[in-house]
Design a protein around this ligand. Structure first.
Ligand code: ASP
Length: 368
């Protein structure tokens, strides 16, 4: 980073951090600071890049900036308040914009998380991440992390150099959440904008606003206010140490691709994925996962070759009804339940590491 913008970045973060500290002063005494624990928790910050580590040309650049330019130690140093809530140390796992996240990096990250959480001197983990695929990494980890200790993914909608950058407060909240005893056993969590969301259900809903991360209909887990997490609900689906998935010996994941439904849909993309060796296809259909008549022969041919077909919906909310818009029993397809297509892809990849039996895979979609 050029010297000038680096200085700008530090200044911005320092200003934003000062806001964090000042904000507490007007709060009631109980909310002014984190309750003094017997000992400070040890929280590891694993950095992967994204806008939270991004920088722009000017302080008003909130689009068209460069993601993944600031290193983990700079992120930590820019929020001195972290020291009040935990002993933090950082590791740079990768430095990428999250549109470049891939299966191999997920495996590397998950293995590192599992090694760290197995240590008695690590109480929780924060992962800094680009927001574009943050929900996918969160759900992948929710299915493969073998610990009930808190794992929190955090990102930012504005680059670190912007006026009112959201990265510093989001990072502060993430660390205090990962350090918090209330966060134990809640599955992998996501925090931005003072809210706590569950990995399985959260999704990015807006290209650029600070309140982009939401859990439509089912609702967030809770809030962070006055340096404390407040939980109100919990997902009923199994996660982390209670799943059947084990990635410790995996070096790759089965190829699973997504085809998107639309009016005038043709089967070209689906046929190409199957020809390229896809082991699974998630069909993000219109409405309740409806299948265009023109695409059905390709779906059937893929299934006949052993490719597992999961019906999801492009709608973004609601249960995908098994045997609703298509006869899944007759077609031997799997229904995605409430998972969006990008998360259904993750569960299908992990399911395929265990079995190709569609009844078993359907059970997993109703379990996780
Ligand atoms: N493209 C960026 C990323 O996902 C956007 C962000 O982080 O908000 O890395």
């Amino acid at each position: 980073m050029p010297h000038q913008s680096k200085r700008q970045f530090i200044t911005r973060l320092a200003v934003a951090s000062a806001f964090v500290a000042m904000g507490g002063m007007s709060l009631p005494a109980w909310a002014d600071a984190p309750a003094a624990p017997a000992r400070l928790a040890n929280v590891m910050i694993l950095a992967t890049g994204g806008t939270i580590a991004g920088s722009g040309a000017t302080s008003t650049t909130t689009v068209g900036y460069t993601a993944a330019t600031v290193g983990v130690q700079q992120l930590i140093d820019a929020v001195p308040e972290l020291k009040k809530v935990a002993h933090v140390s950082g590791e740079q796992v990768v430095q990428i914009a999250s549109e470049n996240m891939n299966n191999e990096t997920w495996l590397t990250l998950a293995k590192r998380v599992n090694v760290l959480l197995a240590r008695s001197d690590v109480d929780g983990i924060v992962i800094t991440h680009g927001t574009d695929t943050l929900e996918e990494t969160a759900y992948f980890l929710d299915l493969v992390v073998k610990s009930h200790k808190p794992v929190v993914l955090v990102g930012a909608m504005r680059p670190s150099t912007a006026i009112s950058a959201d990265g510093p407060i989001n990072l502060y909240n993430a660390v205090l959440l990962a350090a918090s005893p209330e966060a134990v056993g809640k599955g992998v969590m996501v925090t931005l904008n003072d809210q706590i969301q569950a990995a399985r259900e959260v999704t990015k809903t807006n290209t650029s606003t600070l309140d982009s991360f939401k859990t439509p209909e089912l609702g967030m887990l809770g809030y962070i206010q006055g340096s404390r997490p407040f939980f109100y609900r919990q997902s009923t689906r199994k996660n982390t140490a209670d799943t059947e998935f084990d990635i410790s010996n995996l070096t790759s994941l089965p190829q699973v691709d997504i085809v998107y439904g639309y009016a005038n849909m043709n089967p070209l993309a689906l046929d190409a994925f199957v020809a390229a060796g896809a082991k699974g296809i998630v069909h993000a259909g219109v409405g309740d996962g409806s299948l265009a008549t023109k695409v059905v022969p390709s779906l059937k041919a893929a299934r006949a070759k052993g490719v597992v077909i999961v019906r999801a919906s492009r709608v973004g909310q609601g249960i995908l009804a098994r045997n609703g818009e298509a006869n899944d029993d007759a077609l031997d397809f799997v229904a995605a339940d409430t998972l969006n297509a990008q998360k259904a892809r993750i569960l299908l990849m992990l399911a395929l590491t265990k079995t190709a039996d569609t009844k078993e895979i359907q059970r997993m979609f109703y379990t996780y």
